[in-house]
Write a protein that binds this ligand. Structure first.
Ligand code: ADP
Ligand code: MG
Length: 701
């Protein structure tokens, strides 16, 4: 037999997974550790040294020389600081060492990460705490320990901490309901997520020739190509050999890290692709999605390529999103968003479904702002992405059933539903067979919800912790009622009916991309928060601060600091983009236009000399006039953008600051872009300093 890639053996080969732990840890240590992991309860400090040592020995066999506490600060990226296993005892006698203390807690001097003022208020330094629910892994020569990052007084300084807390919140509230359904007290709730990651893949030479891609991750100039995604010939098309080789390399790298990469295909825009992995707990899915984005970027150069994860790398063709498929399950593995086959599971399904419907309607603002970034503003509400309005797609069958429950009658379909939930069995819903749900920002797809507004570069921790918390809050309210009632089934029916009656405005099964929906949504009183600056102020509304505080997901100080970090991030991105535009305009575009115009002028005089009175200059003169006209406009636009930036009031409140950028700076950037893109269509290719959209989008042969 020839050599073959052994997928089963390769999968998780670099992960300190359950099998490795079982094999390497003493039985009692293994049992204690895995029980803590399952229950998300603290690790017995007595076993930490043994676990750490075993991890180190395993990692060394994999080629590791260092370990790192891997964390996810509010930059949205991951962070790492490497420590080698080297140590001395006695008279500088070398030992390799990794203690339980080092495993459990780290103290990176990470004082330069954004905190939104939290650490000024409390403690200067932060620490990282081992999160044993996400397994450690070896990448390169380093043992990676997933951690949460907090201040000394316990304030969350990262993306993971609120997510972990939100998982506890939904577990706590969901458990109360499961108990009422007869589950044992140790049956808990996990939230699951499977993220579908879109990205662009371009040739490295193109990337290097575009300062905007290098600095901002997206093109800030570029006239539309003659052929974009008009023919839809890229979507699910044949994967080019070079791309296929990259994808294979990517998958193999991910599999070894324990990421269950499952689906790969070409997306709608030219040069756009997608990767999806199999769903897992929200916590692991978050770590793994960060690793997917990093691996996309680290594997691409091995193939002379660059992967772009920005939400809108190119104007005029589709941007990139990251569909978050989300569901709630019991620790026994039952999906609570699956209608099931028995009256019991049907009633439970309707109750959890109602909780999601109510949560999404009541907290449209929070869901919207969970995906609000400068980059995602270019995508949401545009033709190719869900609108900025939150609504839920349920499909006709389920809507019909809910409608019948609301009216107290029978569903018009075969569904035989009476108000006496728990007596009649719901029909099995076929997975939605229509295509309409593709335009919905939040679609029920049979046994899970698909949140489609998430931007491609965003950490999924944010949207997930918000989803978990808002649903936990409604579950708490339902549990309060159900714990008091004498007639459990009747109370469930009442809750479901009440929810549908009060919150059915959030359900929309039509085309979300149609203009009519915007008007209709307004009539229904749904929020339409078009931009980041419209959405972010909602974070610090009194009731939202109270909501996160109540469920111990974010303290009021943490909510406020997070809002500041988000606003600051928004301004910083736009500031970089604006300065990049000016740099390119001054140092690349203006010189190119001047050089070309000079040569056109020269050609007029050369022609005059050669042909004398017989010469005609229509073409050259027209061209020169256009270059001069748009050149003058460009010059004005450059000055206007410079003025917009010069007028920034640095001492303004952060929200005012962000709003100024949203209104003034973005407008000036857009105007400058129009002038440059017009000039691009006039100037000789050989003079134009930047590769065109056509060249970039079709750069991978
Ligand atoms: P669809 O056809 O609805 O897009 P897929 O089966 O292709 O669904 O899955 C898309 C993503 O959703 C994958 O990452 C998959 O693992 C994930 N997924 C499937 N079932 C669930 C679930 N119950 N909870 C969370 N994610 C899920
Ligand atoms: Mg998709």
């Amino acid at each position: 037999m020839g050599e073959y890639y052994d997928l089963a053996k390769a999968y998780e080969s670099d992960v300190f997974n359950d099998a490795v732990m079982k094999e390497r840890l003493p039985k009692d240590v293994y049992k204690s550790l895995t029980t803590s992991i399952k229950k998300m309860s603290p690790i017995d400090p007595g076993i930490a040294d043994t676990v750490a040592n075993s991890m180190m020995l395993w990692a060394i066999e994999k080629g590791a020389t260092h370990y790192t506490h891997w964390f996810q600060p509010m930059t949205g990226n991951t962070a790492e600081k490497h420590e080698s296993f080297i140590n001395f005892v006695g008279d500088r006698k070398l030992v390799l060492e990794f203690s339980g203390k080092e495993l459990i807690k780290g103290e990176p001097d990470a004082s330069s990460f954004p905190t939104g003022g939290v650490r000024e208020t409390y403690e200067a330094r932060g620490y990282t705490a081992w999160d044993p629910t996400s397994p450690a892994f070896v990448k390169g020569h380093v043992l990676y320990i997933p951690t949460a990052f907090c201040s000394y007084s316990g304030e969350a300084l990262d993306k993971k901490t609120p997510l972990l807390r939100s998982m506890q919140a939904i577990d706590k509230q969901g458990k109360r309901i499961l108990t009422l359904f007869g589950d044992k007290a140790d049956t808990g709730i996990v939230t699951n997520c499977g993220a579908e990651q879109e990205y662009f893949l371009i040739d490295e030479s193109m990337y290097e020739a575009r300062p905007d891609l290098v600095y901002a991750g997206r093109t800030l100039f570029g006239a539309p190509p003659s052929k974009g995604q008009d023919l839809d010939d890229h979507y699910f098309g044949v994967i080019k050999p070079r791309v296929a080789a990259f994808m294979q390399d990517l998958d193999e790298t991910l599999w070894s890290l324990g990421i269950a990469s499952k689906t790969r295909h070409n997306e709608v825009a030219p040069a756009q692709h997608e990767i999806a992995s199999i769903f897992e707990s929200a916590n692991r899915a978050t770590d793994h999605n960060q690793l997917i984005m990093e691996t996309l970027k680290s594997v691409a150069p091995r193939h002379g390529l660059v992967a772009l994860t920005n939400e809108k790398p190119f104007a005029g063709v589709n941007g990139s999103g990251k569909h978050c498929n989300w569901s709630i399950a019991t620790t026994k593995g039952e999906n609570l968003l699956d209608p099931g086959k028995t009256p019991e599971t049907n009633a439970r399904f309707l109750l959890f479904l109602s909780a999601v419907i109510k949560a999404v309607d009541l907290h449209q603002d929070m869901l919207r702002l969970s995906v609000a970034t400068a980059a995602n503003d270019h995508r949401l509400g545009k033709a190719e992405a869900p609108p900025a309005i939150i609504s839920i797609f349920l499909g006709d069958e389920l809507s019909d059933i809910l409608d019948a429950l609301k009216k107290g009658g029978k569903a018009s379909s075969k569904a035989h539903i009476s108000m006496n939930i728990g007596v009649d069995v719901l029909p099995q819903f076929p997975k939605d067979t229509t295509d309409r749900n593709r335009t919905s920002p939040f679609a029920f797809t049979g046994n899970k919800f698909e949140f489609r507004m998430v931007g491609s570069s965003l950490s999924i921790a944010g949207p997930l912790f918000i989803l978990n918390t808002i649903v936990a809050d409604v579950l708490a309210e339902f549990a309060d009622r159900l714990e008091k009632t004498k007639d459990f089934k009747k109370e469930i029916a009442a809750i479901v009916k009440e929810t549908i009656t009060k919150h059915d405005r959030i359900i929309f099964n039509g085309n979300n991309y149609a203009d009519a929906w915007v008007a209709e949504a307004e009539k229904r009183g749904l929020l339409n928060l078009k931009t980041t600056t419209d959405a972010l102020p909602y974070f610090i509304k009194k009731e939202n601060i109270a909501l996160f505080d109540k469920h111990e997901v974010l303290t009021p100080a943490e909510t406020e600091s997070r809002t500041e970090v988000l606003l600051e991030g928004y301004v910083k991105i736009l500031n970089i983009e604006a300065h990049t535009m000016l740099e390119i305009a001054h140092r690349d575009i203006v010189p190119a236009v001047v050089a070309y115009a000079t040569d056109v002028a020269k050609s007029i005089s050369t022609k005059k000399k050669a042909l004398g009175a017989k010469a005609s200059f229509g073409m050259e003169e027209d061209l020169l006039a256009s270059l001069s006209k748009y050149g003058a406009q460009l010059s004005k636009d450059v000055k206007a953008l410079e003025k917009a930036l010069a007028d920034v009031k640095e001492d303004g409140a952060t929200l005012d600051h962000a709003e100024y950028y949203n209104k003034k700076v973005i407008r000036a950037m857009e105007k400058l872009r129009v002038s440059v893109d017009t000039l691009e269509t006039l100037v000789d290719r050989n003079y134009w300093p930047l590769p065109s959209y056509g060249e970039i989008l079709y750069s991978v042969k």
